[in-house]
Design a protein around this ligand. Structure first.
Ligand SMILES: Cc1ncc(COP(=O)(O)O)c(C=O)c1O
Length: 448
């Protein structure tokens, strides 16, 4: 028997059959595959709303919106219908030299919603490719402007911007980065304004001011070689839902402008209402030079990313010389089905007044979770819009994996980051479902 294979013959079509076949053929992401010798995969047959269902009909509440993408749960009928309608007209055409209605309408609508004058949409397929595009565009824009020395980037400690080599070079999460240190570009990090550092009478705004001071000192000394600052506005997701005061963003914008450094706002996770406004930058009244969008953009139906660039950036490439253009491309750039799904997502936001409705809903989630927040093992319980997070004082060294397993056994999908548990369910979760989620999470914390 090879690693991960099972000795019994599973029933065809049942959970065990798919589990065995998956382990034999699929290399799963973000996974040491050997761990699945003892940690069972969860085969999913179908899903609706907040519920995943396995091949034996057992249901699991998706409390992390499937890696933060399924904003409206699974199978939202309006998004599904929009993709079907688009399928009948045009499934794909290359976007170099051609154009189509969904790509144009989506670019126009995203640009109208985004802060500032971000009038130019460059499409890609996933978050990491959006980061790559913004880094290349930033460097190239400076180069076209005759400033070729700006070839490095700065990001916050604990930042996560994806895992392709360029994106990894501005990512500061050891488990993802350290192995590849020898082959990624060397960039700089500045201190995070993590609000949990506000202890002993210091407020989150004090921490933000100190982190802003560090950024100011860094840019004053290094602006000649720094093309851009890359930030996850308000919440650093993958390093443990690190939340920070909006004043940091306003200061970062002012410093970037003063030192001629681009500001790249990576809203791949925070965008589309997750932090309480359509885009997190709005909370600080800030307009970046680049806005990166993906994940929730299609509500979890199809892969799509979009880099919105400012008019000034676009102008830096507009020339008779081909090589001064941005020649980057991906085969599926601007795929019509994905753009149609994204347009349907924007329709749902408009028709259901999602951002307004979520304001009260987020507050209700917090109130429902109050007994969980008060548990003696829970530390730094926090909320930013539709994200709740806390640390668990547990003696278990394998806490994240243990908690995941306990969650699955109780029919809830939790995916802690180290000791940090977060609840980021689809916006459509009912209060009763959220109460069930909070209750079962509390049971797990209690046993930890
Ligand atoms: C802030 C942020 N940027 C970039 C990415 C990378 O996106 P993708 O996984 O689609 O490559 C992620 C993914 O979690 C993210 O949270």
């Amino acid at each position: 028997m090879g690693a991960g294979q099972r000795s019994t013959t599973p029933t065809p079509g049942g959970n065990d059959a798919w589990l065995a076949r998956s382990l034999a053929s699929v290399w799963h992401p973000c996974t040491q595959m050997k761990a699945h010798e003892t940690l069972p995969l969860v085969p999913v047959a179908r899903a609706e709303g907040v519920w995943l269902e396995d091949f034996d009909g057992r249901r699991i509440l998706d409390a992390v919106s499937s890696w933060w993408v399924n904003l409206f749960g699974h199978g939202e009928p309006r998004i599904r219908a929009a993709i079907s309608a688009q399928l009948a007209e045009l499934e794909h055409v290359m976007l170099a030299g051609f154009t189509h209605r969904p790509a144009v309408e989506l670019a126009e609508r995203l640009s109208a919603l985004a802060p500032g004058r971000l009038g130019h949409a460059f499409y890609a397929s996933d978050g990491a490719s959006a980061t790559e595009i913004a880094l290349k565009m930033s460097f190239h824009a400076w180069r076209n402007a005759g400033v070729a020395d700006k070839r490095r980037f700065v990001s916050l400690s604990g930042s996560y911007h994806g895992e392709t080599l360029g994106a990894l070079s501005v990512t500061d999460v050891a488990i993802f980065r350290d192995t590849y240190d020898a082959i990624v570009l060397s960039n700089a990090t500045v201190p995070t304004p993590d609000a949990r550092l506000a202890r002993g009478g210091r407020t989150p705004a004090d921490v933000a001011r100190e982190a802003g001071d560090a950024l100011e000192a860094f840019l004053a000394a290094n602006h000649a070689t720094i093309a851009a600052l890359v930030v996850e506005p308000l919440v650093q997701g993958a390093s443990g839902m690190v939340m920070y005061d909006a004043s940091y963003l306003a200061r970062a914008r002012e410093l970037c402008t003063r030192h001629r450094v681009h500001l790249i706002a990576d809203e791949i996770m925070t965008g589309f209402g997750r932090t309480g406004t359509m885009f997190a930058c709005e909370r600080a009244g800030v307009a970046p030079d680049f806005l990166l969008l993906s994940k929730g953009i299609t509500g979890g139906f199809l892969p799509l990313a979009c880099v919105l660039a400012s008019d000034a950036i676009y102008a830096a490439f507009y020339d008779d010389d081909v090589a001064r253009g941005f020649l980057h491309s991906h085969s599926y750039t601007g795929n019509p089905l994905a753009c149609a799904a994204a347009l349907a997502v924007l329709d749902v936001f408009r028709d259901d007044r999602v951002v307004d409705t979520n304001r009260a809903k987020g507050a209700r989630w917090e109130a429902i979770a109050a007994p969980l927040a008060a548990h003696p093992k829970v530390r730094d319980f926090r909320r930013c819009g539709m994200i709740l997070a806390f640390e668990v004082d547990s003696g278990r060294s394998d806490f994240a994996r243990w908690c995941f397993t306990e969650g699955i056994a109780r029919g809830i999908l939790l995916r802690p980051i180290g000791q940090t548990v977060y609840l980021m369910p689809p916006y459509v979760i009912t209060d009763d479902e959220f109460a069930l989620l909070a209750d079962r999470t509390r049971e797990i914390v209690d046993r930890s």
